[in-house]
Structures are given as structure tokens and as C-alpha cells.
Design a protein around this ligand. Structure first.
Ligand SMILES: *[C@@H]1O[C@H](CO)[C@@H](O)[C@H](O)[C@H]1NC(C)=O
Ligand SMILES: *[C@@H]1O[C@H](CO)[C@@H](O)[C@H](O)[C@H]1NC(C)=O
Length: 455
């Protein structure tokens, strides 16, 4: 087994303890510099159906460093599958760190941003949704209901979803996702070096059968009193209670003037419900003094539970892969890392994401601002309005957030007034889109083989 040991820069040596860096084992690190294409294999999966999407090698429409490129999905309604091999290793007795950055430049409404670790022998040219994997990790967004970080662990040839909810980032900027699995069977999930979830593999996934179960042999004792309320033995039926009739003759009824006993028969007053009648007598209910609470079967050790001290072990990890279905493309992956040292991973995130995140945010805001201005140019009416504001001494300051908001509001008012017909068309389009997304989601769900597990 060959493991690459990186030579840390002097600066990082200063920043970090010497020991942590020198001892980090890096199994795979991909910053998508020159030569990345030789390390990655694009799968033929879905190619014959013309549904395999193209990857774009780019730093994206906005970034903190135009030279820092990654790979981005570039076609809508496509499947993507790409993988890279590293020297096989086992994480037994070692910490496993899986980390990468992902940016959804599209306003993602349905698509994954997760990655996989695969084991054993995989035909990379055939890598796809059906290829079994060891770990799947990363953000997944679909509609309003799914906005989460997947952490799926394969154990005993079954995929197990994490039982805790871990919300993912939903904006259009780069974020770093980190999964750490330790030999004591604990884990931590971080986003942008901040801990979002942690716990035990035993409790947060159903990898093993439960340790304790309800004793199936146990029976409720005969004398177990589980009635919380009982009829009051002191309460007695009032005398004459049963003599109260259910109905009485209507005291207000009068024989009609024109009633003819000979022709109409003898007149009888109609009956009405008796307001005095309260139904059959029941004694009051009181708290049962002998109430013991609801009976519960005692918990016993589950005979089917066999502890597995290697529950966290993946003995032959060998590939990292991206396998996605995307309705809207634009997801950019970068800085992929598989190592044994959380400190090293943290440092990598600092050197990459943290260093350029502010510049990236500024670039993004610049793009958004330009977009607003473009919308503006197409709308001369609103330009006039803007000039009427009289704020013409400093053009560069004209586009404060407040202005942009006001413009957006004016824009939407304008739309309401003048574009009623377009709106109807838009609504119809949205309706079609919505249904398309539902169909495509089902499709994607199928490809993920998550349906049964998720639903
Ligand atoms: C790749 O990304 C760049 C930057 O966003 C973009 O200008 C270019 O059109 C993209 N190319 C393809 C083939 O999508
Ligand atoms: C592994 O899975 C099989 C088939 O589902 C099951 O019979 C067996 O008990 C499982 N073993 C463990 C250790 O969970």
C-alpha cells in the first residue's frame, strides 16, 4: 500500500503542530490541478440513452480565485458519474476523514451534491446508480422537503441512512462538507469546519439489530390494574331517575282550530325530547387509587444482537466517486480529500475555502448586481423612475441593497400591472415544471435506490 505524504508548507508548519501534519496519512487529495483528467474516469453510464451529462472544468461564474478550478455539472436533466482510484486501504484502528467542497451555482431545486467512497473492484467505466458503495456523504436538495446532508453507511451489504436530521447549506456559494468516522465508532459531520452533528454509529444508524428488545415472553400480570379512572363506588342513582321519560308531549302544541275529529281522527299532541331526560344513569368517574400505570414489557438483551467492534471498518476502500442526477446543473466539486487526520482536513479547508470565501461572496454579489442592472435596462420605465429619485451625485452608491430591493419591488409591481398575460403563461409553465420535477424526482429516487430507505 502506497500512501502519499504531503510536504507541508513552512507556513502550515507554523500554523499547526508539527506532529499532526507529519503524521497525516493522505489517501486521496484532489485539488483539480493540471493532470486531473488522468486520475478520473468518466463513466459510460446513461450514455446510450443520451442522458449522461458533461462535466465542465472551471472555477465557476463567481469565485475567490479564478485559477482554482473544480468540476461542474453543465447540462440540465442529466446523470453524472465519475470516479477516481486511490491505493486500497482499511480504516481499521484509524480515523477516516472524507471531505470535499461543493458549490451550487444554479439555484438548485432538485439535485444532489454528495460523493461516494467505494470499495473493492469497481469497473469505473460502468460506475453508476447501481454500483454499490461504502459511504455516501454530502448535501441533497429536492423541492422544499429535502434539504439535508446525506450520510449513508453500507453495512452488511445494506445501505443505512443517518437517523438524525442534518440540514445542508442552500445558497449559491462554496461550502466544505466533512465526515469523520473514528475507531471508537463515533462520528462528526462538519460544514465549513463547524460541527453540525456528532454521535455514535450505534445510535444514529440502525447498522446492528437493537441491543435491547421488549421481552416477547413477558405477559401483563393478571392483577395489574391499568385503568386510570374507575366508576365512583360511592355514587348512587337518584331515586326515580329511571322514571323520567325520554319524550314528553309538547306542552305548546294546540289542537288546530279547523281540526275535525270525525274526518281527521282523534287529535293527539306531538311529542318532543324531554329536557329532563339525561340518558341511562352512569356513576361518576374517579381516579383509580390502585392504578399502576400502563403495563410495559420489560427490556431484555436482544439474542440477535451481536456486537461488532469493527462496525466502523471499511477494509478495502479504493475509489471516490460522484454519481448524481441533476434537474438543474451547475454543481461544482473541488478539493476532495480522504485522509486519517481531521486536523489536516481542517487545514486544507482553511487554505482553500476559507481563504477565498469572502472574495467569492463579493464576486457573487457583483454578478447578482449586474443581473439586476440588466433587468433594469430592459425596463426603460423604471430607469426614469430611478432618475426621479434625485440621487444622482454618486452613481457608484446608487446600487445599495435598499435600492436593489426597491427596484425589485418596483419590478414586481410593474409585472403585476403590465404582464398579467405573461404571468398566466408563466404559471402554466411553472405547473408543467412542477410536474416534471415530480416525475424526475421519482426517476432520481430510483437511480439512488433510496426510495425504500427514504420513504
Ligand atoms: C464552463 O463554465 C464557464 C464558467 O461558468 C462558462 O463560461 C462556460 O460556458 C462553461 N462551459 C460549458 C461547456 O458549460
Ligand atoms: C446481515 O444480513 C443478513 C441478511 O439480511 C442477515 O441475515 C444477517 O443477520 C446480517 N448480519 C448482521 C451482522 O447484521
Amino acid at each position: 500500500m502506497e500512501i502519499r505524504r504531503r510536504n507541508p508548507s513552512i507556513l502550515s508548519l507554523l500554523l499547526l503542530s508539527l506532529f499532526a501534519i507529519a503524521s497525516a496519512k493522505v489517501f486521496f487529495e484532489e485539488r483539480f490541478n493540471d493532470g486531473w483528467e488522468e486520475r478520473w474516469v468518466i463513466s459510460d453510464w446513461k450514455k446510450d440513452e443520451n442522458l449522461a451529462g458533461e462535466w465542465n472544468y472551471t472555477s465557476g461564474k463567481w469565485n475567490g480565485d479564478p485559477d482554482d478550478k473544480g468540476i461542474q455539472t453543465s447540462e440540465d436533466y442529466r446523470f453524472y458519474a465519475i470516479s477516481a482510484k486511490f491505493p486500497e486501504f482499511s480504516n481499521k484502528d484509524e480515523t477516516l476523514v472524507f471531505q470535499f467542497s461543493v458549490k451550487h451555482e444554479q439555484k438548485l431545486d432538485c439535485g444532489g451534491g454528495y460523493m461516494k467512497l467505494l470499495s473493492g473492484e469497481v469497473d469505473q467505466k460502468k460506475f453508476g446508480g447501481d454500483t454499490s458503495y461504502s459511504i455516501m456523504f454530502g448535501p441533497d436538495i429536492c423541492g422544499y422537503s429535502t434539504k439535508k446532508v446525506h450520510a449513508i453507511l453500507n453495512y452488511n451489504e445494506t445501505n443505512h441512512l443517518i437517523k438524525k436530521d442534518v440540514p445542508c447549506e442552500t445558497d449559491q456559494l462554496t461550502h466544505v462538507y466533512t465526515l469523520i468516522i473514528r475507531p471508537d465508532a463515533t462520528y462528526t459531520i462538519l460544514i465549513d469546519n463547524n460541527e453540525k452533528q456528532s454521535g455514535s454509529l450505534y445510535s444514529d444508524w440502525d447498522l446492528l439489530p437493537p441491543k435491547k428488545i421488549k421481552d416477547p415472553e413477558a405477559k401483563k400480570p393478571e392483577d395489574w390494574d391499568d385503568k386510570e379512572y374507575i366508576p365512583d363506588p360511592e355514587d348512587k342513582k337518584p331515586e326515580g331517575y329511571d322514571d323520567i321519560p325520554k319524550e314528553i308531549t309538547d306542552p305548546d302544541a294546540k289542537k288546530p282550530e279547523d281540526w275535525d275529529d270525525e274526518e281527521d281522527g282523534e287529535w293527539t299532541a306531538p311529542t318532543i325530547p324531554n329536557p329532563e331526560y339525561k340518558g341511562p344513569w352512569k356513576p361518576k368517574k374517579i381516579k383509580n387509587p390502585n392504578y399502576k400505570g400502563k403495563w410495559k414489557a420489560p427490556m431484555i438483551d436482544n439474542p440477535d444482537f451481536k456486537d461488532d467492534p469493527d462496525i466502523y471498518v471499511y477494509p478495502n476502500l479504493k475509489y471516490v466517486g460522484i454519481e448524481l442526477w441533476q434537474v438543474k446543473s451547475g454543481t461544482l466539486f473541488d478539493n476532495i480529500l480522504v485522509c486519517d487526520d481531521p486536523e489536516y482536513a481542517k487545514q486544507l479547508a482553511e487554505e482553500t475555502w476559507a481563504k477565498s470565501k469572502d472574495a467569492e461572496k463579493a464576486a457573487f454579489e457583483e454578478v447578482e448586481k449586474k443581473k439586476e442592472e440588466e433587468d433594469f435596462k430592459d425596463d426603460p420605465d423604471l430607469d426614469d423612475e430611478d432618475e426621479d429619485d434625485g440621487d444622482d451625485d454618486d452613481d457608484s452608491e446608487a446600487d445599495t441593497d435598499a435600492d436593489v430591493d426597491a427596484n425589485a419591488e418596483a419590478d414586481s409591481k410593474h409585472d403585476e400591472l403590465f404582464c398579467g398575460r405573461e404571468e398566466t403563461v408563466l404559471k402554466a409553465e411553472n405547473f408543467v415544471m412542477h410536474n416534471l420535477i415530480i416525475i424526475l424526482t421519482a426517476f432520481r429516487c430510483q437511480s439512488l435506490e433510496l426510495c425504500s430507505a427514504v420513504s
